[in-house]
Design a protein around this ligand. Structure first.
Ligand SMILES: *[C@@H]1O[C@H](CO)[C@@H](O)[C@H](O)[C@H]1NC(C)=O
Ligand SMILES: *[C@@H]1O[C@H](CO)[C@@H](O)[C@H](O)[C@H]1NC(C)=O
Ligand SMILES: *[C@@H]1O[C@H](CO)[C@@H](O)[C@H](O)[C@H]1NC(C)=O
Ligand SMILES: *[C@@H]1O[C@H](CO)[C@@H](O)[C@H](O)[C@H]1NC(C)=O
Ligand SMILES: *[C@@H]1O[C@H](CO)[C@@H](O)[C@H](O)[C@H]1NC(C)=O
Length: 438
């Protein structure tokens, strides 16, 4: 009788502990950089431009000689063109070239080259000089060239491209240190360098740039994620996955609460404990830090991630009790905590395990199958484990259901994973080698 009674007591106790509480912890921090949203229009409002011209009869073309010249140079350098782009690069009308797209250039009011799409072209050659090419496309706005052999140094004057706002150079052959001059291209709202072999640390100013998308996964970046600036990012989607970043997840992350939607830290060498400030990210739908060397408990603030759909902390060294509040998050679809050292789980989370929405194999939780052995767990806990700022792990920077409300909520049936509409996160696709992206 006594052990059963004891369990019930514990459960009730944890309800009061976790859910009877009102808001605790400091208020949400603000970003240190003010952004203008919605973004100011590219063309001053009220400006009447010439309508878009037919591509076979575009009228005078902006920067025609310069663009034709550099295109022929690139063509000579391309020795492998399996999809037959370059054979269309003939004549004087670049609007007809495969991969080239024209539109009226706002400040010139004539047709010009607004966009390049070489994605999946798989151009090869001994030296396909990206910077030299784009630098001679003065009116370019979108440059998408994933899965090619572009390489070379990116120089300062990339910032002279006054309309450039999307740059996809993923899966090319760029190497060496981070291309710092990109940070001067201050119209960029889409930055994609994933799947190159860039290395070294990332400049702290990277997180100050005003971009919506920042994909730098699957390179060889090392060093820490800059603590001072990380939270300044206004990006909705950030993928740092598959690099060699070390050190902790910056606590400044909480400043990004107005914008940060999906953030992928997985497969790095991150250490330390989770900052409670992650709990400020009310817009976050995906938080994935799997396969690092992170430790500590999950902060109670994670119960405030009211938009969260996917949480993955697998393959780390987390321990402690799985907070019941994360299992009550209204939109949660899939929580993966496998291969850590969690020791306790409450009744709400147990229901999610049964619904196959919480994965806990490879932990130290008594009564569940596929857990670590007692000796593995004992060896881990033989070493004293603490986190800095220990008191912050109990902060709850939002109002959670009261104990009474929680009891009511917990009576509700938990939906099985098969009966849910899977979320469609955007950033995971970035972890796959790009092929035919447009
Ligand atoms: C652009 O050209 C069109 C027609 O050629 C003209 O009607 C319009 O006023 C021009 N706009 C500007 C901003 O110069
Ligand atoms: C593209 O780059 C890869 C790796 O550097 C190289 O192996 C391949 O030969 C290059 N392709 C061409 C056609 O140059
Ligand atoms: C073409 O190759 C030459 C010789 O390697 C190089 O100097 C030049 O920058 C390349 N240009 C382009 C557009 O790739
Ligand atoms: C980065 O890569 C370049 C080129 O592959 C190499 O020469 C350099 O030593 C590397 N630097 C670091 C810090 O790993
Ligand atoms: C939940 O996430 C894990 C880890 O990414 C994955 O292996 C599993 O298939 C996911 N489950 C569902 C139902 O999406």
């Amino acid at each position: 009788m006594w052990p059963k009674f004891f369990t019930i007591f514990l459960i009730l106790h944890s309800f009061f502990l976790l859910h009877g509480v009102a808001q605790t912890g400091p208020p949400r921090p603000n970003p240190t950089i003010t952004r203008i949203r919605p973004r100011p229009p590219l063309i001053p409002p009220g400006t009447k431009l010439k309508p878009r011209q037919p591509i076979n009869n575009p009228g005078p073309l902006a920067n025609r000689a310069r663009i034709l010249y550099i295109t022929q140079e690139l063509k000579r350098n391309i020795t492998y063109d399996p999809k037959g782009y370059t054979k269309t690069w003939v004549g004087n009308n670049y609007c007809l070239f495969k991969g080239f797209f024209c539109d009226v250039v706002p400040d010139l009011n004539i047709t010009g080259l607004s966009s390049i799409d070489f994605s999946g072209a798989r151009f090869g050659g001994p030296f396909l000089n990206f910077y030299r090419f784009i630098r001679n496309l003065p009116d370019i706005a979108l440059f998408h060239a994933n899965s090619n052999n572009f390489t070379g140094v990116i120089n300062r004057n990339i910032n002279k491209l006054r309309y450039l706002y999307e740059l996809d150079l993923s899966n090319n052959k760029f190497l060496g240190g981070f291309p710092g001059y990109i940070l001067g291209a201050n119209k960029l709202s889409f930055v994609d360098f994933r799947f190159n072999t860039y290395n070294g640390s990332v400049p702290y100013r990277l997180f100050n740039i005003d971009t919506d998308v920042l994909f730098i996964n699957n390179n060889g970046f090392t060093g820490r994620i800059p603590q001072a600036t990380f939270g300044n990012t206004p990006a909705n989607y950030i993928t740092l996955a598959g690099n060699k970043f070390t050190g902790p997840i910056p606590s400044t992350i909480g400043r990004a609460w107005r914008t940060l939607t999906e953030v992928l830290f997985l497969k790095n060498r991150l250490t330390g404990c989770l900052p409670f400030e992650i709990g400020y990210l009310v817009k976050a739908t995906v938080f994935d830090a799997n396969t690092n060397i992170l430790t500590g408990p999950i902060p109670q603030s994670f119960g405030c991630l009211f938009s969260l759909q996917i949480l993955n902390l697998a393959n780390n060294q987390f321990y402690g009790t799985i907070p019941e509040s994360i299992c009550r998050l209204p939109d949660i679809y899939n929580i993966t905590l496998s291969n850590n050292y969690f020791t306790r789980i409450g009744p709400v989370c147990r229901k999610l395990v049964i619904a196959q929405r919480l994965h806990i194999q490879g932990n130290c939780i008594p009564g569940f199958r596929l857990q670590k052995t007692q000796s593995q767990c004992a060896a881990f806990f033989a070493k004293p484990r603490t986190c800095p700022r220990a008191n912050t792990f109990s902060y709850v920077p939002c109002v959670l259901p009261t104990a009474a409300e929680a009891v009511q909520l917990d009576k509700a049936k938990v939906t099985s994973v098969d009966d849910m509409v899977p979320p469609s996160p955007r950033s995971y696709a970035a972890l796959e080698m790009p092929r035919h992206h447009h």
